[in-house]
Design a binder for this molecule. Sequence first.
Ligand code: SAM
Length: 291
Amino acid sequence: MKDPDGVQFLQWCLPRLRLRWPGFRKVRRRVYKCIDRRLRQLGLADVSEYRRYLERDAEEWRALDACCRIPISRFFRDRAVFASLEEEVLPRLAEIASARHEQRLQCWSIGCASGEEPYTLSILWRIRIAPRFPGLGLRVLATDVDTHALERARRGCYGRGSLKDLPADLLARAFTPSPQGLCLKPEYREGVELFQQDVRLTMPPGPFHLVFCRNLAFTYFEAALQREILGRVIERLCPGGALVIGSLESLPAEVAGLEPWSGRRAVYRRSAPDPGEGSARSAASPPGAHR
Ligand SMILES: C[S@@+](CC[C@H](N)C(=O)[O-])C[C@H]1O[C@@H](n2cnc3c(N)ncnc32)[C@H](O)[C@@H]1O
């Protein structure tokens, strides 16, 4: 599949999946490759045949949806964000949790890919923060819709490319070399729970002190879905809790209950105890809501 047919096809199908074209512009060739594989499996000649196929077979939209998952991630992605977490956000959240006599900081990584993001948090917490908060643990719920990505997360072994941004001291302490690559030591996997979940349909109940929603909803989802997801995430943040988004992303306008974390890019704090109940409670799209 090539431009301009590919662009035209994505501009037709993405809104039907509640996704948005601008998010896919840069990664479209990755999606083309997956669709090309699917065309070969189905014995179809080109995207116009595929379009007709999709119009006949509602189930096929699931396969197309799977082609639109972008699994790119790496440890310590966006250094400035992890610097903010280390210097200010995590210590502040740990103080809040300790003041409330909570035993663990509750975190959620949405679209955790192969574990790079939740494991980065675990490494940072254990090595740099936890020694200042004895008795306080960390639980990271890590969810992704893609079972293959979650299998890789369970294996916990990575190539150098995934680890290039991780500071050398953290890399040396948290990983051991093996024939499968550099593998995360068991103690850094403790407290990280991996679950298959489509964030459009279900969410863990919370409450959470910290939620990562990076490089997924606010890049790839259509505007209305972004607002729905954000409302439901805010409901799950405890007062004073933090939401971290991708460093190139922005939140939908006019969101109640969140304020920027002062001086920190891509980090927000839940401000009001009870954000706009009505919009935040709007229903998730059912699986058949693609068309
Ligand atoms: C670009 S990666 C972002 C990974 C990580 N958050 C980061 O910023 O490095 C997006 C991830 O979201 C997952 N994903 C896509 N659609 C999803 C959905 N509806 N629910 C949950 N995860 C989803 C993909 O499988 C992929 O692993």
